[in-house]
Design a binder for this molecule. Structure first.
Ligand code: ZN
Length: 410
């Protein structure tokens, strides 16, 4: 064989070895560099005249960015809000647009914008304000769209008519029995489940509100079923409720701890309150710390919401402690703030009440007693009545102000 031919064979052999080696490494490198795609598994929504909540469910955490686009007269496109989720893949069953009736949105649609990005687009009726925030375990992105309901057509046509006196609207309250279904909540020393006792109590509260106050009551659940926390708030917003009351039973590893406490939404440094929030939110204490950062970003210090919620908590807590004193040893643990997911985004005065410690043997025994549940329900209803009376006194005194404005001015 000529020398040149041998050299040529050796050269191509080395070239082939190098190519195989290089490609092999590249493939390994590529598989190492390609991040795992999260699957967008669902898009849920609740829509009302002035508030729509969209929740995008994923199987893993992603980063996301939101953008608001104004109406495009040339392209005849409505205002749009879109969210890009990266690195993500769209589940095939979500490719059809979801029409949304009677709210601030026309529809929601999702698509694989590029190999790494899923884009979820909200076609809006008009430009609205919105908030987005992530929640964990399971990871989801919540989008709250807020706006003003368009006036009914009949009303628009009759603008020349003199204004009619406003009808006083009945109060609507959402009662939220904590937990349910696969989530039992806390369990007492003799096996009493929080989900069962808070449902029984909430049903008593509903019946007594109907009888004593004549308000409209909406229950987030009326049987033993699981409802995600973000859905509970969304129900209250989409129904334009005036008040939101979430009812729970407390628990502590130290079974001697007992008492009643009420919460409004907020951040806290109190370790006991943070542990309780982790338990009620069904997330880790680390995830509660992340939630506190999100809450700070959402700027939840709007006095129009904070002050009425605190007043509502004061009235219900005060009434519970006072009315149950005859049971003896009822500890008043006060009104506090903590990052409860079920209160995030609620557009009305909203509180979470821990009516007793199910982990304390004496209080667990009481919670099994229908008479004690009746006494708790009566006390809660008395607290609600006091709150409504306080708001009415302020609005009557300053009739030009709405209830929340009046409350915020005190
Ligand atoms: Zn609970």
């Amino acid at each position: 064989m000529p020398k040149n031919a041998v050299r040529c064979i050796i050269f191509f052999y080395l070239l082939w070895i190098s190519a195989v080696h290089f490609l092999g490494i590249s493939q390994v490198q590529a598989s190492q560099d390609t991040p795992t795609k999260s699957l967008v598994t669902g898009i849920r929504y609740w829509s009302g005249p002035t508030h729509t909540r969209i929740v995008i469910d994923l199987d893993h955490e992603v980063s996301y960015q939101d953008h608001l686009l104004k109406e495009d007269d040339v392209l005849k496109k409505p205002p749009r809000l879109y969210i890009d989720l990266t690195v993500a893949k769209l589940s095939p069953h979500l490719k059809e647009p979801i029409p949304i009736e009677g709210g601030l949105l026309k529809r929601v649609r999702a698509g694989q914008y590029n190999p790494h990005t899923v884009r979820v687009v909200l076609d809006l009726e008009s430009v609205a304000t919105y908030k987005t925030f992530p929640l964990s375990d399971p990871f989801r992105v919540v989008i709250d769209v807020l706006g003003t309901a368009p006036a009914p057509i009949a009303q628009q046509e009759e603008t020349s008519q003199p204004p009619q006196p406003r009808q006083s609207k009945s109060i609507t309250i959402v009662i939220d029995p904590g937990h349910g279904g696969e989530d039992p909540g806390a369990i007492g020393p003799t096996g009493l489940k929080e989900k069962d006792v808070v449902l029984k109590l909430s049903q008593r509260v509903r019946d007594k509100i109907n009888k004593k106050l004549g308000w409209d009551v909406i229950m987030t659940r009326d049987d033993d079923r699981f409802i995600p926390l973000d859905e509970r708030t969304a129900i209250a917003n989409s129904k334009n409720a005036d008040l939101f009351l979430s009812i729970h039973a407390n628990a502590c590893t130290d079974r001697r701890i007992c008492g009643i406490e009420s919460f409004v939404l907020g951040t806290t440094t109190d370790k006991v309150a943070l542990r309780l929030a982790a338990k009620e939110n069904n997330i880790s204490t680390k995830q509660v710390s992340d939630l506190q950062v999100i809450l700070a970003d959402l700027k939840l210090n709007d006095p129009h919401k904070v002050i009425p919620s605190n007043l509502l908590a004061d009235c219900v807590q005060g009434s519970l402690v006072k009315d149950l004193q005859h049971y003896g040893q009822v500890r008043d643990l006060g009104v506090k703030q903590a990052p409860f997911v079920v209160l995030i985004g609620a557009e009305m005065p909203s509180i979470l009440v821990e009516v007793s410690f199910i982990s304390n043997p004496r209080e667990e025994k009481r919670l099994r007693n229908p008479r004690y549940l009746n006494a708790l329900a009566d006390a809660i209803v008395d607290g609600l009545k006091q709150y409504a009376h306080g708001v009415k006194m302020i609005t009557d005194y300053q009739p030009s102000l709405s209830a929340s404005t009046a409350l915020s001015s005190n």
